[in-house]
Design a protein around this ligand. Structure first.
Ligand code: ZN
Length: 88
C-alpha cells in the first residue's frame, strides 16, 4: 500500500477513469491523484484532472481496482518529491 504523499492520512487507491481509461492512483481523503503520462509521474488532484478532460470531478467517473501491488508501482515513491506541487 502506498500512503498518500499529499496528506499522509489514507492510502492511494488504484482506479481507472471510465471515460478515458487512464489508470491513476487517487487518495480518498484529499482527492490528490498520481498518474503516469508519457513515462513520467504526474501529480494533480481530482478536480483539475477531470476538468482538463472535460469530465465532472466525481468519484462515480472512476472505477476503483482491487489489485495487488506490483513492483512497478514502487516508482510512485518518486511522487513524494513532487507533492504538494501540482502539475499536469
Ligand atoms: Zn491524501
Amino acid at each position: 500500500m502506498i500512503i498518500c504523499p499529499g496528506c499522509y492520512v489514507d492510502y492511494m487507491k488504484l482506479a481507472i477513469v471510465n471515460q478515458t481509461q487512464d489508470i491513476i492512483r487517487i487518495c480518498p481523503e484529499c482527492n490528490c491523484i498520481i498518474y503516469k503520462k508519457e513515462g513520467r509521474i504526474k501529480t494533480t488532484n481530482l478536480a483539475t484532472f477531470m476538468e482538463k478532460r472535460g469530465l465532472p470531478d466525481l468519484w462515480s467517473e472512476l472505477t476503483l481496482l482491487e489489485t495487488e501491488e506490483t513492483a512497478e508501482e514502487e516508482t510512485y515513491e518518486e511522487a513524494k518529491d513532487l507533492f504538494p506541487a501540482i502539475e499536469e
